[in-house]
Design a protein around this ligand. Structure first.
Ligand code: ZN
Length: 84
């Protein structure tokens, strides 16, 4: 799954999206890709927001990538603790 964080136009009308994608080890990797003009409204719609969150359980600060109207996210540090 792609987490699109930015849709922007470069020179010569080249549109690009910037997004995070999980690799095989479940790490988020920052990437960019050229897109067709026709897909701009779609990507603007699915665009996510990067927010720094502070967890009041463990005190860690983590990067949260969320969609609009869905600002709640689980703390990755606490999730790791639950798994162990
Ligand atoms: Zn936590």
């Amino acid at each position: 799954m792609k987490y699109v964080v930015s849709v922007s136009k470069k020179r010569d009308s080249i549109w690009k999206i910037y997004y995070y994608e999980k690799d095989d080890d479940d790490n988020l990797v920052f990437k960019s890709k050229r897109i067709s003009r026709l897909l701009i409204p779609f990507y603007k719609l699915v665009k996510c927001h990067r927010t720094k969150m502070w967890c009041d359980e463990c005190g860690q600060i983590f990067l949260s990538i969320t969609r609009l109207n869905n600002s709640h996210d689980e703390c990755p540090y606490c999730l790791i603790e639950y798994e162990n």
